[in-house]
Write a protein that binds this ligand. Structure first.
Ligand code: SF4
Length: 424
């Protein structure tokens, strides 16, 4: 009997939903797969190396590098296990990863492909779906993403460390009190096509909806683990606006003490301006929104479909609702000039956000991962780029901007993550 383990490495400091949905799909299909959350529990190479199959979720850029480090450690230890990767950044890099770091890489939604792969290993002759294997350039069988609607599994929460092991210091700062935090998603993907976004790269503007009854069960499971605050980790909370309002209302009715945060775009804040009070009444305490940079050229280049006046109006509306706005920025990008930084400060003063911005946001830099649609942008093509394994380092046309960036970067703080959202 072959043995397998799914090892979660990093999902933004949350109890790992990608890992736990993959695990649920496998176990529900009869595969006796073990689970380890290395983020909380660490890992022991000697214990891992004897498995026949090691499955690694790679939802974020940070988990990609960590997964590769782990694969190299396993190789160095003489491990001959088949390594399998899945998740957003596995999807974006599937062709490169397969045969190099992983034996099998799932492209796209993972539940059905993972089961098809493990079925094959168990002797099934059915096709393996959407999996790049052993360096081959095409999967044995492909299935369109929309055909995989309805396959999102309910996360196997009982197999993970308790929620108390996943503190979220940034939310503590924003809310002014420490709470036990859980995260779940109503949807995967996003309808929008912001040019820098890895969700766009992986989902190409498509959205998959989770099953609402299943989501309610998952909320119950999280509350049983002590959840006091819930993050909707959807890339875009208003992927399906009416459904999102309804789901929130139902969860609030069932668990009225819960508070919430979610991520949404400026244009969705504007569209739903008359319902922000309802969101507050239903427990929403923090909204994260990517303001990018208060300069119209930047907003146009990253295709946000709003202008600076819209940013100001969205900030005003959220402030008036009683909900805390958690703005994110791409402070250092190719379209800002040195003169724009004082203007950025003026914007913060004008909108009353001088003290509302996480200091991490003052050092964010456009991330040019391989596969980014921005690589086709004319400004980017004109920059000096240095190729790295999974991304490009880029250099501003005015080196004084890069000097300012280097002077802005602060040392990492343990348990806090320098990121603009939960999907990159
Ligand atoms: S940045 Fe947000 S709104 Fe834009 S494509 Fe990505 S997830 Fe969607």
């Amino acid at each position: 009997m072959s043995s397998s383990i799914l090892v979660s490495i990093f999902e933004g400091g949350y109890q790992p939903i990608n890992a736990l949905t993959g695990l649920a799909a496998l176990r529900n299909a009869g595969h006796d797969t073990d689970f380890l959350d290395a983020y909380v529990e660490g890992y022991d190479i000697d214990r891992l190396k004897d498995y026949d199959t090691i499955i690694l979720p790679v939802p974020l850029f940070d988990s990609l590098n960590s997964a590769i480090r782990l694969c190299k450690e396993l190789d160095d230890a003489g491990c001959t296990a088949d390594k399998v990767m899945f998740g957003q950044y596995a999807t974006i890099n599937a062709k490169y990863l397969t045969g190099r770091y992983a034996d099998h890489v799932v492209s796209g939604e993972w539940e059905v492909p993972l089961v098809s792969l493990m079925d094959r290993k168990a002797g099934s002759d059915k096709p393996v779906i959407n999996v790049y294997s052993n360096g081959r350039k095409t999967p044995e069988q492909t299935m369109q993403m929309l055909k995989l609607r309805g396959t999102m599994a309910k996360p196997m929460r009982q197999s993970a460390p308790n929620l108390s092991k996943y503190p979220q210091p940034h939310l503590t700062t924003l809310m002014g009190e420490e709470k036990i935090v859980g995260g779940l998603e109503l949807t995967r993907g996003c309808h929008h096509k912001c040019t820098y976004c890895s969700v766009f790269s992986a989902y190409d503007g498509k959205v998959l909806l989770g099953d609402i009854a299943q989501i309610q069960d998952d909320v119950d499971a999280l509350v049983d683990q002590g959840m006091e605050h819930m993050t909707f980790i959807d890339a875009e909370f208003f992927n399906a606006t009416r459904r999102s309002f309804d789901a929130l209302a139902q969860i609030h009715k069932r668990h009225p003490a819960l508070t919430f945060d979610f991520t949404t775009r400026v244009d969705h804040i504007l569209e739903n301006n008359d319902r922000l009070g309802e969101l507050y009444d239903h427990g929403v305490r923090v909204i994260t929104s990517a303001l990018e940079f208060p300069k119209n050229e930047v907003l146009q280049q990253v295709r946000k479909e709003v202008d600076v006046d819209d940013l100001k109006e969205a900030v005003r509306l959220v402030q008036n609702s009683g909900i805390t706005l958690n703005p994110t920025f791409i402070m250092f990008n190719p379209w800002v000039t040195l003169e724009d930084f004082p203007r950025f400060h003026d914007f913060l003063v004008e909108t009353g956000m001088e003290d509302a911005v996480d200091p991490v946001q003052f050092e964010t830099r456009l991330h040019l991962y391989k596969g980014s649609p921005l690589l086709k942008n004319e400004t980017i093509k004109a920059l000096r780029l240095e190729e790295q394994e999974f991304h490009y380092d880029w250099f501003h046309s005015d080196e004084r901007v890069d000097e300012l960036f280097r002077a802005s970067v602060t040392p990492a703080v343990e348990g806090e993550f320098k990121r603009c959202c939960l999907k990159c």
